[in-house]
Design a protein around this ligand. Structure first.
Ligand code: M6R
Length: 368
């Protein structure tokens, strides 16, 4: 039931901190030990030399974060493929490949078929799933359930956040098993992840501000989203939500791609959301993204920056700044996604649309 909420989607966005806390619960100790008995055998399999995540839609964006984490924390080559592409392109898969499917419903036909295809080719399969006993987990070697609770709105929100941390847990489990992470690194990551739900709860509070923004933009025809590294999947996710809920043309780009084409789209008044890396980022990604903001601003874009609280470098160039509490790099996407989920919902509401049941879409796509 949606209780006092205006929609299931509003309720489910507000449940994101809980979805993450429940998915982490009892699986990660403050020292960074991963305790997930259902994964023990797979994680101990030293034959596995690479990981391929398969998923569709929002689940595929969570998988991108999982692949980044897998390479960084476990040093295992990892990639992401859309299930429907993976299955038909003669991908090289064998007994050394771990194929990780990510699916809220566990019934998405494209993903199910891709899992079967992988199993036939001899791969080990892990299912990250939110639905107990669904077909994909039943057919997989092992399952890591997300505990987001039932998700009713067609647009995926709390399941996404839970999927992100589930992929992180898998990466940490491999990182620990393969000795790729020091005890200190594991403890730092554990602390960061366990702190995420409270930080996410702060982001849920941006609702009113986003409501105002959405009303100001209700007649817009195009919105762009830019992000880099962990912000890139969030840009894609923000754009998908706007398409499916508000029926507005939206695109997410890796910020580094701007000058390779998309900057030609910028004209006066173009709305651009930018997920800004923390100024503490050691790879100077922050200043690169701030330069991107200057470039698009100079061409008339209206910039809404999602930036760390106190990030003074962004202020002179952004029309609006949504502040994020300072967090670990891999927690930042869990924070930035919430205002983007809220924005998709609010813009749809401003247009008088049904946010729980957008046109032409089904909650789970059980046909190819
Ligand atoms: O149930 P699944 O996670 O396999 O569903 C995958 C996609 O169909 C789903 O995430 C879809 O993109 C959502 N409507 C996005 O909000």
């Amino acid at each position: 039931e949606k209780g006092g909420w205006s929609s299931f989607m509003a309720k489910e966005i507000s449940e994101q901190p809980e979805a993450v806390a429940n998915t982490l619960r009892s699986r990660i100790t403050p020292e960074g030990h991963i305790d997930i008995p259902e994964l023990a055998k797979v994680v101990a399999d030293t034959q596995i030399t690479r990981v391929v995540f398969i998923a569709c839609g929002t689940a595929a964006y969570s998988a991108m974060l999982g692949a980044y984490a897998m390479e960084k924390w476990a040093h295992i080559p990892a990639s992401v493929e859309l299930s429907h592409e993976f299955r038909y392109r003669d991908a090289v898969i064998d007994a050394h490949t771990l194929v990780v499917s990510v699916s809220q419903s566990g019934e998405t036909m494209d993903t199910l078929m891709a899992v079967r295809h992988a199993a036939e080719a001899g791969a080990t399969t892990v299912s990250i799933c939110n639905t107990q006993g669904a077909t994909i987990p039943r057919e997989s070697t092992a399952t890591l359930y997300t505990h987001a609770g039932p998700e009713v709105a067609v647009a995926s929100t709390k399941a996404f956040s839970a999927q992100v941390v589930a992929t992180y847990l898998l990466a940490l489990a491999f990182g620990e098993a393969r000795g790729a992470l020091s005890a200190a690194e594991r403890a730092e990551l554990a602390e960061a992840l366990l702190a995420a739900p409270d930080q996410m709860a702060e982001m849920v509070q941006t609702g009113e501000r986003i409501h105002e923004l959405a009303h100001w933009m209700a007649d817009t025809h195009s919105v762009l989203y830019l992000g880099r590294h962990v912000g890139y999947p969030i840009a894609l996710e923000g754009a998908l939500k706007l398409k499916e809920l508000a029926y507005i043309h939206a695109e997410g780009f890796a910020a580094g791609e701007l000058k390779h084409g998309p900057i030609a789209l910028i004209e006066p008044g173009q709305i651009v959301f930018v997920v800004v890396p923390s100024p503490r980022d050691p790879r100077s990604l922050h200043s690169k993204v701030v330069s991107n903001i200057q470039e698009i601003r100079a061409r008339g874009a209206r910039v809404i920056a999602l930036a760390e609280r106190g990030d003074a470098a962004v202020l002179p160039f952004a029309d609006e700044v949504i502040a994020l509490p300072p967090a670990h790099t891999f927690v930042e996407p869990l924070l930035a996604v919430i205002p983007l989920h809220l924005f998709g919902m609010e813009l749809a509401m401003a247009k008088g649309l049904d946010v729980d049941q957008p046109r032409n879409l089904a909650k789970s796509v059980t046909v190819e």
